[in-house]
Write a protein that binds this ligand. Structure first.
Ligand SMILES: Nc1ncnc2c1ncn2[C@@H]1O[C@H](COP(=O)(O)OP(=O)(O)OP(=O)(O)O)[C@@H](O)[C@H]1O
Ligand SMILES: [Mg+2]
Length: 324
């Protein structure tokens, strides 16, 4: 069912609470799709390198081979934020008089620790990676499918709504720059000076940076909200709180126009391995029933709790063999 969903999409996101099995399932689906002949890229934003550990391959910010037809990439949030702030610093310093350089640095230092900066930087990088992987450079996309293992935070839905709000903000910024550019032109028409033309060049540069970022974000937003291209799988364990949170996440995603194509209830206890696990399974049934009632329209997949941790391509294939 999850494999079926992935097979019919170009972008699949997996999200849910911490430790429920997002990375494991992202790995299993990606591997299975690559085995089917679809060139696949699996992307993680988890700074703990769990995707790399899963395949026992060191991963970084550029795609690296995990298996035939399957590449992996880990977005490093801290490095991304550092790069982002460097760009912003260059831009701000060129806009401000030299004696304010200290104030610019202080401002950037503050921004470094703000969660908004972190999210925006990771989102910008994710947008570049996803759109780059799916659109390709010269007509041929680099990958048929991109699977995103989203960060284990409650912010997933907000993250997905960011492209839209940030695009609006950037449009406003661009309009303001347009006006000042026109003013600059007027001034240079009155009497062209080296200072004015320097300013115009700088303005054009800033405009280009903002435009590129805005285009990347709106590209990501377009794909995310196209249910024929993209779907979101919510991963959870059969617990009361998880069921409530899944309802909320589903509502947020739907409100943003993101298709939720699967509920994956991972780590289901077995019925035939002792009374304790059987009793646990019965308790899980209650929560599962609540989930079905709350979201009857979303296909639901149950994945058994395997005896051992899922590791390496063999482990992932063993998991997939239970039917994903
Ligand atoms: N069906 C399963 N059976 C047995 N073990 C599992 C199963 N699914 C996941 N695990 C194990 O549970 C642990 C957590 O899984 P995983 O790292 O995929 O979760 P996650 O949601 O990505 O966590 P985080 O939120 O920290 O990123 C791992 O050790 C993994 O091997
Ligand atoms: Mg993970």
């Amino acid at each position: 069912m999850l494999l079926n969903l992935a097979a019919r999409r170009r972008l699949l996101l997996l999200g849910g609470k911490g430790g429920v099995g997002k990375t494991t399932l992202a790995g299993a689906v990606s591997l299975a799709q690559a085995r089917q002949g679809r060139r696949t890229l699996v992307v993680s934003t988890d700074p703990a390198h769990s995707l790399g550990h899963l395949f026992d391959v060191p991963l970084g910010d550029r795609p690296a081979a995990l298996a035939p037809g399957l590449d992996g990439l880990e977005i490093d949030p801290d490095a991304t934020v550092a790069r982002h702030l460097e760009d912003a610093g260059t831009m701000l310093r060129s806009m401000m008089p030299a004696h304010l350089a200290g104030a610019v640095d202080a401002h950037l230092e503050l921004a470094r620790s703000s969660p908004g900066t972190h999210e925006a930087a990771v989102l910008d990088r994710l947008a570049a990676v996803v759109t780059g992987a799916l659109e390709g450079g010269h007509g041929t996309p680099a990958y048929d499918l991109v699977v995103v293992d989203t960060a284990p935070s409650g912010h997933t839905a907000r993250l997905l709504s960011l492209p839209e709000s940030m695009t609006l903000w950037m449009d406003a910024l661009l309009q303001r720059r347009d006006r000042s550019e026109r003013f600059g032109e007027l001034v240079s028409a009155l009497g062209p000076s080296a200072a004015a033309s320097g300013r115009a060049a700088r303005d054009a540069q800033i405009r280009e940076v903002i435009t590129r970022r805005r285009d990347r974000l709106s590209g990501l937003h377009r794909i995310l909200t196209d249910p024929r291209s993209c779907s979101f799988a919510i991963v959870l364990n059969a617990e009361r709180l998880a069921v409530l949170e899944t309802g909320e996440l589903h509502a947020q995603l739907s409100a943003e126009g993101v298709d939720v194509g699967a509920l994956v209830v991972n780590r289901r206890s077995p019925a035939d391995q002792g009374p304790q696990l059987a009793a646990r399974r019965e308790r899980e049934e209650v929560h599962l029933a609540a989930l079905r009632t709350a979201l009857p329209q979303v296909p639901l997949l149950e994945v058994p709790h395997l005896e051992r941790d899922v590791l390496g391509t063999e482990g992932l294939e063993a998991l997939a063999a239970h039917g994903l």
